[in-house]
Ligand binder design. Structure first.
Ligand code: D54
Ligand code: ZN
Length: 280
């Protein structure tokens, strides 16, 4: 498991491109038969990718849970949110099998001992993007078909930011301890997400970009509003946004992304909006 320490805004102004990428970029999430886990000390969020071949993968496979988390099993004191962006498969939670077609989400609460990810077809493997955060009580496991997500249309074609925010882990859809999570889809020809932009001092966020054509990139914008930086992201890469940072992006074509937040509250609209005139 890769461990990332927090960066503070005073230091981050001086980062080179390489350093920005070392601190905030998350790559190699979906190599067939492999598992990627990146543990951030920011709110102790773990960003993961599971891409099972004919062999299924366990949540805690190839890691020393006692050493990394100081507990006996992964979800002893954590909760988990998952969205499948690959082919159909299953997630088995303590013996209960959940069919996971593309774009299906699953919330798995604290206290579940065994979580197993599988692909139905190795030639069209499932790609389970997962976030986990510390949790102190159990909430029931909930399967969320994208049609059950709360939909929030945003933007317009004239501003090249027409999109729909699908809120999967949201208080109006299901209960979690602190994790919020969902998927935003850009309309064809729309390339800007989250502009006008915001930060939220009270929560951190991770963005994971996907459905980007080959050779397309997203210029992900981060940094303080008056000290913006960019990181070039390619398909199926994620980026960590500390609480002091904006998180917005412009693609060379349309794309989708999964956002996930942890921190003080689950109030999606609790944002510090940044006026366009204040951006530098
Ligand atoms: O705090 C909320 C997050 O940044 C995202 O949900 C924003 C987003 O999906 C969008 O504007 O497209
Ligand atoms: Zn945000």
């Amino acid at each position: 498991m890769i461990v990332r320490e927090p960066s503070n805004s005073k230091d981050a102004k001086h980062y080179t491109t390489d350093r920005l990428r070392d601190e905030f970029l998350v790559q190699d999430l979906f190599n067939l038969g492999e598992i990627q886990r990146v543990y951030s000390h920011i709110d102790r969020i773990i960003t993961m990718g599971f891409c099972p071949d004919e062999q299924s993968q366990k949540l805690d496979e190839n890691m020393d849970v006692m050493k990394s988390l100081g507990v006996n099993y992964f979800l002893e004191s954590r909760e988990l949110g998952v969205i499948n962006i690959g082919g159909p498969g299953t997630i088995t939670v303590d013996g209960t099998v959940h069919a996971m077609k593309s774009q299906d989400g699953l919330y798995v609460g604290k206290g579940n001992k065994e979580v197993i990810f599988a692909s139905d077809d190795v030639n069209n493997p499932s790609k389970y993007y997962a976030l986990s955060a510390p949790a102190h009580m159990h909430y029931e496991t909930v399967h969320i078909d994208i049609t059950k997500a709360k939909q929030v249309p945003m933007g317009d074609a004239e501003s090249a930011n027409k999109r729909v925010i699908f809120q999967f882990l949201h208080p109006e859809v299901l209960q979690t301890c602190q994790l919020s999570m969902g998927l935003t889809k850009m309309a064809p020809g729309s390339v800007w997400n989250t502009m006008p932009c915001h930060s939220h001092e009270r929560r951190m966020e991770v963005y994971f970009y996907f459905d980007l054509p080959q050779d397309s990139i997203v210029l992900h914008l981060m940094g303080e509003p008056t000290e913006t930086r960019h990181i070039v992201l390619r398909n199926e890469e994620a980026v960590i946004a500390p609480s002091w940072s904006i998180h917005s992006g412009c693609g060379t074509s349309a794309y989708s992304f999964i956002w996930g937040m942890v921190g003080e509250n689950k109030t999606f609209t609790d944002m510090d909006h940044i006026a366009m005139k204040d951006l530098r």
